[in-house]
Design a protein around this ligand. Structure first.
Ligand SMILES: *[C@@H]1O[C@H](CO)[C@@H](O)[C@H](O)[C@H]1NC(C)=O
Ligand SMILES: *[C@@H]1O[C@H](CO)[C@@H](O)[C@H](O)[C@H]1NC(C)=O
Ligand SMILES: *[C@@H]1O[C@H](CO)[C@@H](O)[C@H](O)[C@H]1NC(C)=O
Length: 355
């Protein structure tokens, strides 16, 4: 029995608003992300984005391309010689479009990296850099689905679903799942009861997704689920100061999470145009999360230092660069979207069994 570890960085980011002001925000966001990469020095990076392209995909397509180029040509990522990018971009297909983007960067020091082919149900070697964009329905190294239509509020399609990949990192197999669950369409209805109708919808969609993985005709793997869960807090619970960040509790037999010690990523994500006085008094919530199956937690080295937090949180506060300070003032809500990225920094135990 031998064992080594691989530093892994998992990031989730709802990037919708950076595409609404791409000239400034793309650059700042990318710098923030890359400086985190430099600081943590991971060897495997998974970046899961939601709302790629923002609201106007038709107009933003070229910015998405620019965004990917910025990352791929960066100095910080120059030693990552194996890259896979999956961008679900075909907005003309209401039944399939999720606006999800899964980006994976593998350091050149890592060898023996495989990706699962969901069609032929076998692993294939990962070499070089490949970007799948546009209509990616036929790409077999990812699994992507929207939630069933009757799960959607009023049966109206929106871009909610998941995109999964399965990796074998030097023999350790894991699933990485990008997920975007339903949001609270009305604050007032959300307030009426806990769990709210929205919370129940999210729970149902998440249950469905986990069940779907469980039903795989191939073996189950430990999984990491990171995306925009749209989890909200139980307002009444906050008032009585009881436990109020409860949406994950329904899954505690299956899922686990590292302690949340960072400030809520919401309500920063709301669009300024929608902000009413009611909104401002609304409870902060932790929408964006990195959770893992209980099996996955066993892969995490016990003596590794796990960091779970927001990226960019310090850019706007304290001892920071004037330029960023200005940006913070100018681009209030856009700037804060940078914070949606939440890294888990893990050392995987590489379990090597001798046959
Ligand atoms: C949507 O996805 C289904 C299932 O993968 C596929 O059969 C169909 O052709 C897709 N539609 C478009 C417009 O790509
Ligand atoms: C990969 O696994 C082998 C043993 O099978 C080990 O010797 C090697 O150090 C591992 N490489 C990394 C980068 O962890
Ligand atoms: C999983 O399998 C069970 C039992 O066959 C079935 O009832 C259920 O609908 C399946 N769920 C999904 C999401 O595929």
């Amino acid at each position: 029995m031998g064992s080594t570890t691989i530093p892994v960085l998992l990031v989730t980011a709802n990037v919708g608003s950076i595409f609404e002001d791409p000239t400034e925000m793309l650059k700042i966001w990318t710098e923030e992300f890359l400086s985190t990469v430099s600081k943590l020095d991971p060897k495997f990076i998974a970046l899961h984005c939601q709302e790629v392209g923002g609201k106007n995909y038709e107009l933003s397509m070229k910015h998405v391309e620019h965004f990917i180029k910025l990352l791929m040509s960066s100095n910080e990522l120059r030693l990552f010689d194996k890259i896979r990018v999956f961008l679900d971009e075909d907005y003309s297909s209401a039944e399939n479009f999720t606006a999800l983007g899964n980006l994976y960067f593998v350091h050149k020091s890592l060898e023996n990296i495989l990706l699962w082919d969901f069609k032929d149900m076998k692993f294939v070697p990962v070499q070089g850099k490949e970007i799948y964009s546009g209509n990616i329905e036929a790409v077999v190294t990812k699994e992507k689905a929207k939630f069933p239509q009757d799960f959607f509020p009023e049966c109206k399609w929106s871009r909610k679903g998941f995109m999964r990949t399965r990796w074998s990192l030097n023999g350790t197999v894991i699933d990485l799942v990008n997920i975007h669950l339903f949001h609270d369409a009305s604050n007032f209805i959300a307030m009426e009861s806990y769990p709210s109708v929205y919370c129940k919808n999210r729970r149902r969609a998440l249950e469905h997704t986990l069940q779907r993985f469980h039903n795989d005709s191939y073996s189950n793997a430990p999984y990491f689920l990171f995306g925009d869960f749209n989890f909200r807090t139980d307002t009444d619970g906050v008032i009585k100061l009881k436990s109020f960040d409860k949406e994950l509790e329904a899954f505690e037999d299956t899922l686990t999470e590292y302690p949340v010690t960072f400030p809520p990523s919401y309500p920063f994500e709301e669009k300024i145009s929608k902000a009413t006085s009611y909104m401002q008094t609304r409870c902060p919530a932790w929408c964006d999360r990195v959770v893992l199956s209980r099996c996955a937690k066993q892969l995490v080295s016990e003596d590794s230092k796990v960091e779970y937090g927001l990226i960019g949180i310090n850019t706007c506060m304290g001892d920071h660069k004037v330029r960023n300070l200005i940006v913070c003032v100018q681009y209030d809500f856009l700037f804060l979207s940078i914070y949606f990225m939440q890294p888990v920094f893990l050392d995987f135990h590489m379990l090597v069994t001798d046959e």
